[in-house]
Ligand binder design. Structure first.
Ligand SMILES: *Cc1c(COP(=O)(O)O)cnc(C)c1O
Length: 378
Protein backbone atom coordinates (compact mmCIF):
# COMPACT_ATOMS: atom_id res chain seq x y z
CA UNK A 1 0.00 0.00 0.00
CA UNK A 2 1.27 3.47 -0.77
CA UNK A 3 1.36 6.19 1.87
CA UNK A 4 -1.32 8.04 -0.08
CA UNK A 5 -3.67 5.05 0.02
CA UNK A 6 -3.10 4.56 3.75
CA UNK A 7 -3.85 8.22 4.45
CA UNK A 8 -6.96 8.17 2.28
CA UNK A 9 -8.28 5.08 4.10
CA UNK A 10 -7.56 6.64 7.49
CA UNK A 11 -9.45 9.73 6.42
CA UNK A 12 -12.40 7.69 5.20
CA UNK A 13 -12.64 5.26 8.13
CA UNK A 14 -11.01 7.11 11.02
CA UNK A 15 -8.47 5.72 13.44
CA UNK A 16 -7.37 3.43 14.96
CA UNK A 17 -7.47 1.43 11.77
CA UNK A 18 -6.13 -1.92 10.57
CA UNK A 19 -5.95 -2.30 6.80
CA UNK A 20 -5.73 -5.82 5.39
CA UNK A 21 -4.51 -6.06 1.81
CA UNK A 22 -5.85 -9.23 0.22
CA UNK A 23 -3.51 -8.92 -2.76
CA UNK A 24 -0.68 -9.54 -0.29
CA UNK A 25 -2.54 -12.52 1.24
CA UNK A 26 -2.84 -14.10 -2.20
CA UNK A 27 0.79 -13.32 -2.98
CA UNK A 28 1.98 -14.90 0.29
CA UNK A 29 -0.12 -18.01 -0.30
CA UNK A 30 1.18 -18.34 -3.87
CA UNK A 31 4.75 -17.89 -2.67
CA UNK A 32 4.30 -20.59 -0.02
CA UNK A 33 2.95 -23.08 -2.57
CA UNK A 34 5.49 -22.19 -5.22
CA UNK A 35 8.45 -22.72 -2.93
CA UNK A 36 7.03 -25.79 -1.16
CA UNK A 37 5.16 -27.53 -3.99
CA UNK A 38 4.66 -30.82 -2.09
CA UNK A 39 3.15 -29.09 0.94
CA UNK A 40 -0.55 -28.20 1.31
CA UNK A 41 -0.99 -25.06 3.43
CA UNK A 42 -3.44 -25.26 6.34
CA UNK A 43 -3.76 -21.62 7.42
CA UNK A 44 -3.50 -21.37 11.24
CA UNK A 45 -6.63 -19.35 11.89
CA UNK A 46 -5.50 -18.08 15.30
CA UNK A 47 -2.95 -15.75 13.64
CA UNK A 48 -5.86 -13.65 12.37
CA UNK A 49 -9.37 -15.10 12.31
CA UNK A 50 -11.10 -12.47 10.12
CA UNK A 51 -13.71 -14.33 7.99
CA UNK A 52 -12.62 -12.27 4.97
CA UNK A 53 -9.11 -13.72 5.30
CA UNK A 54 -10.49 -17.24 5.53
CA UNK A 55 -12.51 -16.66 2.37
CA UNK A 56 -9.59 -15.26 0.36
CA UNK A 57 -7.24 -18.05 1.42
CA UNK A 58 -9.88 -20.71 0.78
CA UNK A 59 -10.42 -19.36 -2.72
CA UNK A 60 -6.66 -19.38 -3.26
CA UNK A 61 -6.68 -23.10 -2.36
CA UNK A 62 -5.79 -23.18 1.34
CA UNK A 63 -6.99 -25.58 3.99
CA UNK A 64 -7.23 -24.60 7.68
CA UNK A 65 -5.70 -25.32 11.07
CA UNK A 66 -8.13 -24.57 13.90
CA UNK A 67 -7.58 -24.88 17.63
CA UNK A 68 -10.94 -24.21 19.27
CA UNK A 69 -14.58 -25.06 18.62
CA UNK A 70 -15.49 -21.50 17.55
CA UNK A 71 -12.61 -21.50 15.05
CA UNK A 72 -13.67 -24.91 13.76
CA UNK A 73 -17.29 -23.82 13.33
CA UNK A 74 -16.33 -20.59 11.60
CA UNK A 75 -14.34 -22.44 8.93
CA UNK A 76 -16.74 -25.36 8.72
CA UNK A 77 -19.82 -23.18 8.31
CA UNK A 78 -18.08 -21.18 5.61
CA UNK A 79 -17.23 -24.34 3.66
CA UNK A 80 -20.71 -25.85 4.22
CA UNK A 81 -22.32 -22.77 2.73
CA UNK A 82 -20.45 -23.20 -0.57
CA UNK A 83 -22.04 -24.98 -3.51
CA UNK A 84 -21.17 -28.68 -3.35
CA UNK A 85 -18.94 -28.77 -6.39
CA UNK A 86 -16.71 -26.07 -4.96
CA UNK A 87 -15.71 -28.07 -1.91
CA UNK A 88 -14.10 -31.30 -0.90
CA UNK A 89 -16.27 -34.06 0.49
CA UNK A 90 -14.15 -34.97 3.45
CA UNK A 91 -14.04 -32.25 6.01
CA UNK A 92 -10.54 -33.22 7.14
CA UNK A 93 -9.18 -32.50 3.69
CA UNK A 94 -9.81 -28.88 4.57
CA UNK A 95 -9.49 -28.69 8.36
CA UNK A 96 -7.13 -30.02 11.00
CA UNK A 97 -7.95 -29.47 14.68
CA UNK A 98 -4.38 -28.94 15.85
CA UNK A 99 -4.74 -28.19 19.56
CA UNK A 100 -3.28 -31.27 21.30
CA UNK A 101 -5.42 -30.61 24.39
CA UNK A 102 -9.19 -30.55 23.89
CA UNK A 103 -12.00 -30.18 26.42
CA UNK A 104 -14.33 -33.20 26.63
CA UNK A 105 -17.27 -31.12 25.33
CA UNK A 106 -15.28 -30.11 22.25
CA UNK A 107 -14.47 -33.73 21.44
CA UNK A 108 -18.14 -34.68 21.81
CA UNK A 109 -19.14 -31.93 19.40
CA UNK A 110 -16.31 -32.60 16.93
CA UNK A 111 -16.94 -36.34 16.63
CA UNK A 112 -19.82 -36.03 14.12
CA UNK A 113 -17.42 -34.35 11.65
CA UNK A 114 -14.92 -37.25 11.71
CA UNK A 115 -12.22 -34.66 12.34
CA UNK A 116 -8.47 -34.90 12.11
CA UNK A 117 -7.16 -34.04 15.60
CA UNK A 118 -3.75 -33.93 17.24
CA UNK A 119 -2.73 -35.58 20.51
CA UNK A 120 0.52 -35.99 22.43
CA UNK A 121 -0.23 -38.11 25.51
CA UNK A 122 -2.17 -41.14 26.81
CA UNK A 123 -4.74 -39.17 28.80
CA UNK A 124 -5.76 -37.34 25.64
CA UNK A 125 -5.93 -40.65 23.79
CA UNK A 126 -8.39 -42.03 26.37
CA UNK A 127 -10.48 -38.85 26.08
CA UNK A 128 -10.55 -39.11 22.28
CA UNK A 129 -11.46 -42.80 22.42
CA UNK A 130 -14.37 -42.05 24.75
CA UNK A 131 -15.69 -38.79 23.28
CA UNK A 132 -14.60 -38.65 19.62
CA UNK A 133 -14.04 -42.25 18.48
CA UNK A 134 -14.55 -41.28 14.83
CA UNK A 135 -11.62 -38.85 14.84
CA UNK A 136 -8.45 -39.54 12.88
CA UNK A 137 -5.31 -38.84 14.87
CA UNK A 138 -2.09 -36.96 14.34
CA UNK A 139 0.66 -37.39 16.93
CA UNK A 140 2.40 -34.13 17.85
CA UNK A 141 6.12 -34.65 18.43
CA UNK A 142 8.32 -32.51 20.61
CA UNK A 143 11.12 -31.02 18.51
CA UNK A 144 13.89 -28.47 19.14
CA UNK A 145 12.66 -24.85 19.21
CA UNK A 146 16.13 -23.31 19.57
CA UNK A 147 16.23 -19.76 18.28
CA UNK A 148 12.54 -19.46 17.46
CA UNK A 149 11.06 -16.22 18.76
CA UNK A 150 8.01 -17.91 20.30
CA UNK A 151 8.80 -21.25 21.94
CA UNK A 152 6.17 -24.03 21.98
CA UNK A 153 8.02 -27.22 22.86
CA UNK A 154 7.62 -26.83 26.63
CA UNK A 155 3.83 -26.87 26.27
CA UNK A 156 3.17 -29.40 23.50
CA UNK A 157 4.61 -32.49 21.89
CA UNK A 158 5.43 -35.99 23.16
CA UNK A 159 8.98 -37.05 23.88
CA UNK A 160 10.36 -38.75 20.81
CA UNK A 161 11.20 -41.83 22.91
CA UNK A 162 7.48 -42.29 23.67
CA UNK A 163 6.20 -41.54 20.17
CA UNK A 164 5.89 -45.01 18.71
CA UNK A 165 4.38 -46.39 21.92
CA UNK A 166 1.71 -43.68 21.70
CA UNK A 167 1.03 -44.65 18.09
CA UNK A 168 0.74 -48.35 18.98
CA UNK A 169 -1.46 -47.50 21.97
CA UNK A 170 -3.86 -45.59 19.72
CA UNK A 171 -4.19 -48.45 17.22
CA UNK A 172 -4.67 -50.95 20.05
CA UNK A 173 -7.51 -48.77 21.34
CA UNK A 174 -9.16 -49.09 17.92
CA UNK A 175 -8.25 -45.58 16.76
CA UNK A 176 -6.32 -44.65 13.62
CA UNK A 177 -3.16 -42.56 13.61
CA UNK A 178 -3.08 -40.85 10.24
CA UNK A 179 -0.06 -38.66 10.76
CA UNK A 180 2.70 -37.16 12.83
CA UNK A 181 3.20 -33.44 13.35
CA UNK A 182 5.55 -30.96 14.94
CA UNK A 183 5.91 -27.21 15.45
CA UNK A 184 9.43 -25.76 15.46
CA UNK A 185 8.34 -22.59 17.33
CA UNK A 186 6.89 -19.44 15.85
CA UNK A 187 8.97 -16.97 13.82
CA UNK A 188 11.60 -19.69 13.44
CA UNK A 189 14.72 -17.97 12.20
CA UNK A 190 16.90 -20.99 12.93
CA UNK A 191 16.27 -23.12 9.84
CA UNK A 192 18.08 -26.07 11.40
CA UNK A 193 14.99 -26.61 13.59
CA UNK A 194 13.08 -27.79 10.52
CA UNK A 195 15.90 -30.08 9.40
CA UNK A 196 16.12 -31.70 12.83
CA UNK A 197 12.34 -32.00 13.16
CA UNK A 198 11.98 -33.63 9.73
CA UNK A 199 14.65 -36.17 10.66
CA UNK A 200 12.90 -36.92 13.96
CA UNK A 201 9.54 -37.35 12.20
CA UNK A 202 11.07 -39.66 9.60
CA UNK A 203 12.66 -41.83 12.29
CA UNK A 204 9.33 -42.11 14.14
CA UNK A 205 7.50 -43.07 10.93
CA UNK A 206 10.15 -45.69 10.10
CA UNK A 207 9.92 -47.24 13.55
CA UNK A 208 6.11 -47.20 13.44
CA UNK A 209 6.25 -49.04 10.11
CA UNK A 210 8.57 -51.67 11.62
CA UNK A 211 5.89 -52.24 14.25
CA UNK A 212 3.22 -52.65 11.62
CA UNK A 213 1.75 -49.17 11.39
CA UNK A 214 1.94 -47.13 8.20
CA UNK A 215 1.70 -43.38 8.80
CA UNK A 216 0.39 -41.49 5.76
CA UNK A 217 0.48 -37.82 6.75
CA UNK A 218 3.39 -35.59 7.72
CA UNK A 219 2.40 -32.25 9.22
CA UNK A 220 5.36 -29.86 9.41
CA UNK A 221 3.45 -27.24 11.44
CA UNK A 222 3.96 -23.49 11.36
CA UNK A 223 6.83 -21.21 12.28
CA UNK A 224 7.72 -19.93 8.80
CA UNK A 225 9.37 -16.58 9.51
CA UNK A 226 8.34 -13.15 8.34
CA UNK A 227 10.95 -10.54 7.32
CA UNK A 228 10.17 -8.11 10.17
CA UNK A 229 13.80 -7.00 9.86
CA UNK A 230 16.68 -7.58 7.50
CA UNK A 231 18.24 -10.31 9.69
CA UNK A 232 15.61 -12.84 8.67
CA UNK A 233 16.96 -15.00 5.88
CA UNK A 234 14.76 -15.40 2.80
CA UNK A 235 11.93 -17.96 2.73
CA UNK A 236 13.39 -19.45 -0.48
CA UNK A 237 16.41 -20.58 1.52
CA UNK A 238 14.26 -22.29 4.17
CA UNK A 239 12.07 -23.88 1.50
CA UNK A 240 15.15 -25.23 -0.26
CA UNK A 241 16.27 -26.95 2.94
CA UNK A 242 12.82 -28.35 3.67
CA UNK A 243 12.38 -29.65 0.11
CA UNK A 244 15.77 -31.37 0.16
CA UNK A 245 14.98 -33.14 3.45
CA UNK A 246 11.49 -34.10 2.33
CA UNK A 247 12.83 -35.67 -0.88
CA UNK A 248 15.58 -37.46 1.02
CA UNK A 249 13.49 -38.78 3.93
CA UNK A 250 9.90 -39.38 2.82
CA UNK A 251 8.25 -41.61 0.23
CA UNK A 252 6.46 -39.91 -2.66
CA UNK A 253 3.02 -41.03 -1.44
CA UNK A 254 3.31 -39.39 1.98
CA UNK A 255 0.85 -36.50 2.18
CA UNK A 256 2.56 -33.40 3.52
CA UNK A 257 0.85 -30.45 5.09
CA UNK A 258 1.96 -27.35 6.96
CA UNK A 259 0.17 -24.91 9.25
CA UNK A 260 1.52 -21.47 8.35
CA UNK A 261 -0.08 -18.64 10.33
CA UNK A 262 2.20 -15.65 10.56
CA UNK A 263 3.76 -16.20 7.12
CA UNK A 264 0.46 -15.78 5.29
CA UNK A 265 -0.98 -12.78 7.14
CA UNK A 266 1.71 -10.71 8.87
CA UNK A 267 2.82 -8.67 5.86
CA UNK A 268 -0.77 -8.18 4.65
CA UNK A 269 -1.77 -5.65 7.32
CA UNK A 270 -0.89 -2.09 8.25
CA UNK A 271 -2.13 -0.26 11.34
CA UNK A 272 -2.76 3.47 11.26
CA UNK A 273 -3.10 5.40 14.50
CA UNK A 274 -3.49 9.08 15.35
CA UNK A 275 -1.47 11.17 17.76
CA UNK A 276 -3.75 12.26 20.62
CA UNK A 277 -1.14 13.68 22.98
CA UNK A 278 2.42 14.95 23.08
CA UNK A 279 4.71 15.55 26.07
CA UNK A 280 8.35 15.77 27.09
CA UNK A 281 9.43 13.41 29.85
CA UNK A 282 13.01 13.42 31.11
CA UNK A 283 13.90 15.47 28.07
CA UNK A 284 12.51 12.91 25.65
CA UNK A 285 9.66 13.57 23.27
CA UNK A 286 6.68 11.29 23.87
CA UNK A 287 3.69 10.79 21.63
CA UNK A 288 0.41 9.19 22.72
CA UNK A 289 -1.64 7.43 20.03
CA UNK A 290 -5.21 6.12 19.86
CA UNK A 291 -4.20 2.43 19.83
CA UNK A 292 -2.35 0.37 22.44
CA UNK A 293 -0.60 -2.84 23.47
CA UNK A 294 -4.01 -3.98 24.74
CA UNK A 295 -5.31 -3.57 21.20
CA UNK A 296 -3.62 -3.79 17.78
CA UNK A 297 -0.15 -3.81 19.35
CA UNK A 298 -0.87 -6.81 21.60
CA UNK A 299 1.91 -8.66 19.79
CA UNK A 300 4.44 -6.61 21.73
CA UNK A 301 3.27 -8.43 24.86
CA UNK A 302 2.14 -11.84 23.61
CA UNK A 303 4.16 -12.32 20.44
CA UNK A 304 7.55 -10.86 21.48
CA UNK A 305 7.23 -8.67 18.42
CA UNK A 306 8.52 -5.12 17.96
CA UNK A 307 6.76 -2.97 15.40
CA UNK A 308 8.09 0.21 13.85
CA UNK A 309 6.03 3.39 13.98
CA UNK A 310 6.43 5.44 10.82
CA UNK A 311 5.36 8.96 10.01
CA UNK A 312 3.83 10.32 6.82
CA UNK A 313 5.79 13.54 7.39
CA UNK A 314 9.39 14.19 6.46
CA UNK A 315 11.90 16.23 8.40
CA UNK A 316 14.70 15.89 10.87
CA UNK A 317 14.08 13.02 13.26
CA UNK A 318 14.88 12.32 16.88
CA UNK A 319 14.44 9.30 19.14
CA UNK A 320 10.94 9.36 20.64
CA UNK A 321 8.71 7.23 22.80
CA UNK A 322 5.28 6.25 21.52
CA UNK A 323 2.76 5.36 24.23
CA UNK A 324 -0.64 3.74 23.82
CA UNK A 325 -3.90 5.34 24.86
CA UNK A 326 -4.53 3.36 28.06
CA UNK A 327 -3.57 4.40 31.58
CA UNK A 328 -1.28 1.42 32.07
CA UNK A 329 2.39 2.33 32.46
CA UNK A 330 3.49 -0.72 30.51
CA UNK A 331 1.45 0.43 27.50
CA UNK A 332 4.45 1.68 25.52
CA UNK A 333 4.52 0.78 21.84
CA UNK A 334 8.15 1.80 21.41
CA UNK A 335 10.76 3.60 23.50
CA UNK A 336 13.10 4.33 20.62
CA UNK A 337 11.52 5.34 17.35
CA UNK A 338 13.11 7.90 15.06
CA UNK A 339 10.34 10.35 14.25
CA UNK A 340 10.15 13.91 12.90
CA UNK A 341 8.45 16.63 14.93
CA UNK A 342 4.74 15.85 14.86
CA UNK A 343 1.53 17.48 16.01
CA UNK A 344 -1.67 16.30 17.61
CA UNK A 345 -3.89 14.63 14.95
CA UNK A 346 -0.92 13.58 12.80
CA UNK A 347 -0.98 9.92 11.80
CA UNK A 348 1.53 7.12 12.39
CA UNK A 349 1.54 3.72 10.71
CA UNK A 350 3.00 0.28 11.40
CA UNK A 351 3.54 -2.32 8.72
CA UNK A 352 3.66 -6.13 8.90
CA UNK A 353 1.11 -6.21 11.70
CA UNK A 354 -1.35 -8.84 10.40
CA UNK A 355 -0.43 -11.74 12.69
CA UNK A 356 -1.15 -12.08 16.42
CA UNK A 357 -2.15 -8.42 16.58
CA UNK A 358 -5.79 -7.28 16.43
CA UNK A 359 -6.73 -10.96 16.94
CA UNK A 360 -5.84 -10.45 20.61
CA UNK A 361 -7.39 -6.98 21.04
CA UNK A 362 -9.26 -6.36 24.27
CA UNK A 363 -11.64 -3.64 25.46
CA UNK A 364 -9.27 -2.67 28.27
CA UNK A 365 -9.85 0.77 29.75
CA UNK A 366 -13.02 1.14 27.67
CA UNK A 367 -11.21 1.53 24.37
CA UNK A 368 -12.67 -0.43 21.45
CA UNK A 369 -10.49 -2.55 19.17
CA UNK A 370 -9.38 -0.85 15.94
CA UNK A 371 -11.69 -0.88 12.96
CA UNK A 372 -10.57 -3.37 10.30
CA UNK A 373 -10.92 -2.66 6.58
CA UNK A 374 -10.19 -5.07 3.77
CA UNK A 375 -8.79 -3.91 0.45
CA UNK A 376 -8.13 -5.64 -2.89
CA UNK A 377 -10.52 -8.48 -2.03
CA UNK A 378 -10.77 -9.35 -5.73
C1 LIG B 1 0.07 -21.16 16.28
C2 LIG B 1 0.18 -22.44 15.56
C3 LIG B 1 0.51 -22.45 14.20
C4 LIG B 1 0.91 -21.22 13.44
O1 LIG B 1 2.21 -20.86 13.74
P1 LIG B 1 2.96 -19.70 12.93
O2 LIG B 1 4.25 -19.60 13.64
O3 LIG B 1 2.13 -18.48 13.01
O4 LIG B 1 3.13 -20.17 11.53
C5 LIG B 1 0.53 -23.66 13.56
N1 LIG B 1 0.23 -24.82 14.20
C6 LIG B 1 -0.10 -24.85 15.51
C7 LIG B 1 -0.44 -26.14 16.13
C8 LIG B 1 -0.13 -23.66 16.23
O5 LIG B 1 -0.42 -23.70 17.54
Amino acid sequence: MTQKQLQALAKEHGTPLVIIDHAVLRRNYASFRRHLPRVQAYYAVKANPAPEIIQTLYEAGASFDVASMPEFLMVHQYIEALPKKQRQDFIWDKIIYANPIKPRETLEELDQYKPLVTYDNSEELRKIKKHAPQAGLVLRLRVPNTGSIVELSSKFGCDVADAVDLIVEAFEAGLTVEGVSFHVGSQCVNFDNYVQALNIAAAVMTEARSRGHEIKILDIGGGFPVPYDSHVKPFEELAGKINAEIDRLFAKDIEILAEPGRFLVATAATAVSRIIGKAYRDGKKCYYVDDSVYHTFSGIVFDHCQYHMKSFRRGETEICTVFGQTCDGMDAITQSENLPDLDIDDLLYSENIGAYSNASSTWFNGFAPAKVVHVNRD
